[in-house]
Structure formats: structure tokens, C-alpha cells
Design a protein around this ligand. Structure first.
Ligand SMILES: [Zn+2]
Length: 622
């Protein structure tokens, strides 16, 4: 395992060298190394632990304080998470099926307010020492401030020692004990975690509902627990031959454990978080993936039917990987684990906690490795760059699997249209925890975020979009990209100016609506008028279909793009002069006579999120 780590180091070093040659972004990143030791008491559901942290301040700034996340303090009555959820419960909405629902997360509701002392979660930091000296602490519920006696200077390395104790909450959201499926421990957001400091400063977001962000680093995690517990984690197990449970090498027989507990030694390299789970009735199946990771699927022992479902999920991931690697870039770690736990599907580096065996969830959660995992964008500020991109990628994988064109997959478009019509839409720039409703957050992050990419395929061409996705992966993985970073990649790869797309789609809630207007005969040519009704401008594809069965694709570039996309198919294409974004109307001609035309249709691919498609197509009666 060490060798692999070193190989990875070497390859990332090579990437780094080649990247500097190609003038790639060199935004500084903080770096961390955690050495965590915890001792879990499976009777009291409490554990104590220590963290030895090596923190490298690569920023140009002097840090006078440092923050930690203490996520589990959210699982206490009257916490911010509890109050926020109960407040959202007062908002009533109609869901897609037409039922009236409360806006709170149906998993959280008012459950936190009812937790008893032995059911709440807590993370209590007893002491933090910097370079051996005890530091002053101040608690802000889910955030701990450490006031440093000496500042951390730019480009310097600091050692921190943290001593803490915690109680695993009854599972409310993501983490916790005894979830609905009976998994004993779903251990996410479980240790005092250093808050990321980046070019925007400290990101000390209290834990209200969602979204995670962390420092790139390496983890050594030693978990001491009752020897009957099977532990799964997002990492590599260093003492597999000692613990067994199916992790051991072929032919190795682990020695019987003398005491009541055993220590599991895990390691993860170049990640921003570490998750684990434990249960006494877990079993594990594995799939080696050709030129990819070893897939582990860990779930509670079950009946043969459910067993077959878990196996099918594992098989499907192994089959899907070549398409995923080709389209989004290779997965860089040695293993990936699907672990039964949590309350749905939640992504972590090198692992996910999933409620049950669902291929859709498996695909989605693993694809998070490319966005939440490898890009590690600030999910509070850019949740759509995680959930939206992951959703889009999942759609691509599912469509490739079913051999259908991805553009017909319109669930996300409907979600976005509903949001835009609801009057509750807020711009994608809204902080994930600060949307007025969960509804607006969900449809913005998941749906409008997915449409962002699919619609970009319309603007630059789908083949160019594929190149953009790979270039984004190449340039920005392990660097916390933001929205502008992505747009810059798209601009460089496509050769088109795209700032306007970000300004409208991300920073505003303006919508798109184009219509086919009048048809006239001018100088023996047929003149067609198009109207821009929505506020957001777009380049326009218009397909003319003639009665003889022939077709012409008319392409009208947008002046803000300073260029045009390449033809996307074999239909004759006529490129016109730019449509200035200020003009509400645009006229163009065809040499064909008016009597030849069967229909005129704006964006037949329907990748453009036109709010009113009923005025996009004109069929001329015979
Ligand atoms: Zn997701």
C-alpha cells in the first residue's frame, strides 16, 4: 500500500511538472496531515480520541486563529440545524406529484428537538496544543475557534495536538448510530476537522444542513473497536492481514484476537475527508475493475434476493467504469467503497454511504468522486458545481448504458422549469445553507446545475463540451475550482467568450424564451423573424424542414460570444451574422420559397432551457 502511495505521489508530481509547463492555475492550497486515534465504546456509543495534525500554511497570510468543524453538535435540541429545520417545516409546498409537503428535510423534521441526553451527538474538544503549547478555545456550537498564542506565518508548518471526546448521535441526518436499516455506526463528519482557509479566507460555516469543504491532505486513522465489528472506510486498510473480515490477502489466516478490541489502521492520501462505518453483521463483496480501482461493497447480511441486488450494483459499476474514465477522466485512488449506512446516498472521498442497493444511487454517488471528491469545490458556495455536475454525469452514464441520446433525459429540465415558474427561485450564487427554501436549493443545485452543463453543450457543441470536461478534470482536480475557473476552461477549449453565460445562468434568475415570428417574402427570398421574449440571450439553432424532406440548420451566433460553434451534425448549416443581445428581434433569409417550408423549429435538440417551447416551432399547413 505504501508503494502505491509513493507511485501516486510520483504521478502527481509529474502532473504538477507538466502542469506548470502548460501555464496551469497555481492557486495556493493549504495542506494537512491527520494522525487520528480513536477508541470506540460500543455500549455507551462514545469515543475518545486524539489528533496529531501537521498543518502547512501555503497562503500568503498570517493566521492568528484557526477553526475546527464540530459537526455533531448540530444534533442537539435547539441547535441551529434543529431550529432551521423546524422553521422550514412551517413552509408548505406542492411536490412534483401534486401532494402538499412541508419544506423541511423529511429525514430531519423536528427529530433533533426530541433527542434525549443519551441520543444527542456531541464533539467536545478538551484541548488543542500548538507546537506543544495549550491554546485558548471558544465554542460556537458546530465551530470551534482556536485563538493562537503565536501566529502561523505564511509558508510555514505547524503541529497541532487535539484531544476530544464524542457521542455518536442517534442517526438523524447522514451520520449517526442505528439508522433505519439497522447499521450500527455511520461515521461521517465525526472528528474535529480543520476548516478550509482559501483565497476567500476562512470558510467557518456552521453545520445547518449541508455541504462540506475541506483541506487537501493525508489521513492515518486508527480505530479501536470491539473485535466483532466489521469496519468499512474510504481509504486503504494497512493491517488487513491482522483484522481479516475478508480484507486479508488470499491464503492468509488472521490470528485470533486475544482481547476484546482490535485496532483498524486506515490510510487515505490526497483527500479532503475521511468516512467510516461499522456493524456486526456487515459482509463484503469486491469487484476488481480493469485499469480502475478495486470496488468494495459492504452491506448488512440479507436474503438472497437483496444479495443479488447488491451484486448487480457492483457488477454495473465495474462495467460502467471504462465509459466514466473516458468521459470524465480516470479515478485516481486504489479503492472505492460503497458502504451501507446513512440515510440515502452521501458522498465522501473514496467511499459513499448508501441506504440500499440502487444502481441509480451507486452511479450518482461514485460520480461525486469526480466533483465533490477530486475537485473538492466549496460546496457551500458552489453546490451546483457538485450536485449539478454529478447529476449531469450520472445522466450521461445511464444514457450510455441504455444506448439512448442524453438530450432526451429531461427530468432536470422539468425541475428547473418548475423552479423558475414557482416564484421561489434564487440565483445559483446563493450560499447552500441560506436559500429561503429547501425546495429552491434542491432544484437549483441538482437541476439547474445539471442543465447548466447540458445547455453548455448546446452553446459550444456536445463534442467540445466533452473536451471541456476532461480539461477541467486535468487542470483543476485537487485545487478547489470555482465557477469562474470552470468558465475559463470552457472558454479556452471552445475558443468562445462565455462570461455572459455565467452572468445570466449562475448569477441571475433571468430566463430564456425565444419564439418563431412572422414569415415574409422579401426580394424573392423567404424572410423569417425570430423573437427574444425572455431576458436571457442565447445563440440560436433554427431547423427548417422542407416538404421534399430536406433540411437546413440556420445558426445565429450571439454577439457576446465573439465566435460560433462548429456544426454538430451533417444537416446543411447556414451561419448568419450575430444577433446583438440588445435586439428583441432578428430576421434571416432562406433561398427556398415559402411554399417549400414544412416547419421552422428553434433548437430541435431541446438542450436550450426555453421556458415556453410552444412558440418554438411553426408548422406550416399545406
Ligand atoms: Zn449528490
Amino acid at each position: 500500500m505504501k508503494t502505491v502511495t509513493k507511485l501516486f505521489l510520483l504521478s502527481s508530481l509529474i502532473c504538477h511538472l507538466s502542469s506548470s509547463l502548460q501555464a496551469q492555475p497555481d492557486r495556493w492550497q493549504q495542506r494537512i496531515k491527520y494522525n487520528i486515534n480513536v477508541n470506540m465504546n460500543v455500549v455507551t456509543n462514545r469515543f475518545s480520541g486524539t489528533e496529531k495534525i501537521e498543518y502547512i500554511n501555503n497562503s500568503p497570510d498570517t493566521l492568528n486563529r484557526i477553526f475546527f468543524h464540530l459537526y455533531w453538535n448540530a444534533f442537539q435540541p435547539n441547535s441551529s440545524m434543529d431550529v432551521r429545520s423546524r422553521e422550514l417545516g412551517k413552509i408548505f409546498l406542492t411536490n412534483r406529484r401534486g401532494d402538499e409537503i412541508q419544506d423541511w428535510d423529511s429525514r430531519v423534521r423536528d427529530r433533533i428537538s426530541k433527542l434525549k441526553e443519551n441520543e444527542i451527538g456531541f464533539q467536545n474538544v478538551k484541548s488543542v496544543k500548538m507546537n506543544g503549547v495549550e491554546q485558548k478555545l471558544r465554542n460556537y456550537e458546530t465551530i470551534l475557534e482556536v485563538k493562537l498564542d503565536k501566529p502561523i506565518l505564511p509558508k510555514s508548518k505547524t503541529s497541532l495536538e487535539v484531544s476530544f471526546e464524542a457521542q455518536v448521535p442517534v442517526q438523524i441526518r447522514r451520520s449517526g448510530r442505528d439508522n433505519a436499516e439497522g447499521v450500527r455506526y455511520s461515521m461521517s463528519q465525526w472528528y474535529p476537522k480543520v476548516v478550509e482557509y482559501d483565497y476567500q479566507g476562512w470558510n467557518a460555516n456552521p453545520y445547518i444542513a449541508r455541504e462540506f469543504y475541506g483541506v487537501w491532505g493525508d489521513y492515518d486513522v486508527n480505530i479501536t473497536i470491539d473485535k466483532n465489528y466489521f469496519v468499512a472506510a474510504g481509504g486503504d486498510l494497512l493491517n488487513a492481514n491482522e483484522v481479516g473480515f475478508g480484507y486479508e490477502a488470499k491464503g492468509v489466516k488472521p490470528k485470533p484476537v486475544a482481547g476484546k478490541t482490535i485496532t483498524w489502521k486506515w490510510q487515505a492520501y490526497n483527500v479532503h475527508d475521511f468516512v467510516w462505518a461499522a456493524d456486526t453483521s456487515y459482509k463484503m463483496i469486491t469487484r476488481p475493475v480493469k485499469d480502475g480501482p478495486l470496488i468494495r461493497v459492504v452491506y448488512k447480511k440479507t436474503d438472497s434476493l437483496t444479495d443479488a441486488r447488491w451484486n448487480k450494483c457492483a457488477d454495473t459499476m465495474a462495467i460502467a467504469y471504462p465509459f466514466i474514465a473516458k468521459t470524465f477522466g480516470p479515478y485516481p485512488y486504489k479503492t472505492y467503497s460503497f458502504i451501507q449506512g446513512g440515510d440515502g446516498g452521501m458522498e465522501y472521498p473514496m467511499a459513499t454511504l448508501v441506504k440500499n442497493a440502487s444502481i441509480g444511487t451507486f452511479v450518482h454517488e461514485w460520480l461525486h468522486s469526480w466533483y465533490q471528491g477530486m475537485m473538492g469545490m466549496n460546496e457551500s458556495l458552489f453546490p451546483w458545481m457538485d450536485e449539478g455536475f454529478t447529476n449531469y454525469a450520472g445522466m450521461r452514464v445511464v444514457c450510455a448504458f441504455r444506448n439512448i441520446p442524453p438530450t432526451i433525459y429531461d427530468y432536470e429540465y422539468k425541475g428547473y422549469f418548475n423552479l423558475a415558474r414557482s416564484g421561489m427561485e434564487e440565483p445559483l450564487t446563493t450560499h447552500a445553507d441560506h436559500y429561503n427554501t429547501n425546495y429552491a436549493y434542491n432544484n437549483a443545485a441538482y437541476d439547474k446545475g445539471a442543465v447548466f452543463l447540458n445547455q453548455l453543450g448546446y452553446i459550444v457543441g456536445d463534442k467540445v463540451l466533452d473536451k471541456i470536461l476532461l480539461e477541467y478534470y486535468r487542470e483543476w482536480r485537487f485545487k478547489h475550482p470555482n465557477a469562474n475557473d470552470f468558465i475559463r476552461v470552457a472558454e479556452k477549449v471552445s475558443g468562445l467568450e462565455l462570461q455572459w453565460y455565467k452572468e445570466y445562468w449562475v448569477n441571475s434568475i433571468k430566463t430564456i424564451d425565444y419564439a418563431v415570428g412572422d414569415i415574409n417574402v422579401v426580394d424573392n427570398k423567404t424572410q423569417i423573424t425570430l423573437k427574444r421574449i425572455g431576458k436571457m440571450p442565447m445563440p440560436i439553432d433554427v431547423l427548417l424542414t422542407f416538404k421534399d424532406g430536406t433540411k437546413e440548420m440556420h445558426y445565429i451566433p450571439l454577439n457576446l460570444m465573439y465566435g460560433e460553434k462548429m456544426a454538430e451534425d451533417t444537416v446543411t448549416r447556414i451561419v448568419h451574422t450575430e444577433w446583438k443581445w440588445t435586439d428583441p428581434e432578428y430576421n434571416f433569409n432562406t433561398d427556398r420559397s415559402i411554399g417549400d417550408i414544412k416547419s421552422i423549429e428553434i433548437d430541435p435538440s431541446q438542450r436550450m432551457a426555453d421556458m415556453n417551447r410552444s412558440n418554438n416551432k411553426l408548422v406550416i399547413p399545406d
